[in-house]
Design a protein around this ligand. Sequence first.
Ligand code: B1M
Length: 215
Amino acid sequence: MSEIITNLKEDLYNGKVDEVAAATQKALDEGISAGEILNQGLIAGMDVVGRDFKSGELFIPEVILCARAMHAGLEVLRPLLIETGNDSPGKVVIGTVAGDMHDIGKNLVSMMLEGAGFEIIDLGTDVQPEQFVEIVRAEGADLVGMSALLTTTMQSMKRTIDALSEAGLRDRVRVLVGGAPVTANFAEQIGADAYAADAAAAVDTARSLIEAQQT
Ligand code: B1M
């Protein structure tokens, strides 16, 4: 692994916001691809943070700084991740479900979908089922994307799908779910249309769901 990527991961781990932004830019300037910086640098760095958070070596204030540093790196990559054509494959309402504040993965999925030309309405974090329903209805969305990072908030996905059904919208909108504790099996159990393991898979899955809906 290149020295820049190693330094980037270290800066991320140490929650150095400006340094991560600068290292991300430097890596791009030196010809390292956005995908490599994202996967080998930012995401791999955050995996180490997650491991040490779990073992009690890092605490919430430190992890918040790491998350800010990750955001700073993602913002530098944003223009490259969202380079796009003009034809929108569809309109996506996306959010992190009720009770859950984790937004890094959701933001990444959002950016990659935007990059694939989708029109994105990002509702942020801790999105209540009724908010999803209201915006899906108002915007005539083609797809709802839900992210959950906590085992305790996964059930908010089911509550949201139930709310869409109760509002008579479920037949009109496809539902895609993801996030670290979510599985394909869980997606099926709660009545989602699909699960995607990462942001790249989310783009492919969103495309095929909408194409299937339109044919
Ligand atoms: Co939290 N946290 N956290 N945390 N946090 C986890 C998730 C945890 C696994 C850490 C651990 O113990 N190892 C653990 C959950 C345990 C569990 O439920 N099984 C945990 C916990 C316990 C908590 C708190 C409860 C801690 C506490 O207060 N005691 C608390 C909860 C707050 C709340 O939400 N109500 C909490 C708080 C926080 C911070 C605020 C400090 C911070 C979040 C900051 C932010 O997001 N702005 C934070 C962080 C950063 C993490 C870890 C370290 C990193 C998450 C992350 O951003 N990963 C995380 C540990 C880990 O995951 N290894 C952890 C990078 C990101 C790119 O990956 O989000 O998985 P990810 O997204 C991926 C895929 O999952 C997928 O694509 C993305 C890109 O490839 N994906 C989708 C995601 N959404 C998708 C949607 C799709 C498709 C794919 O379709 C729509």
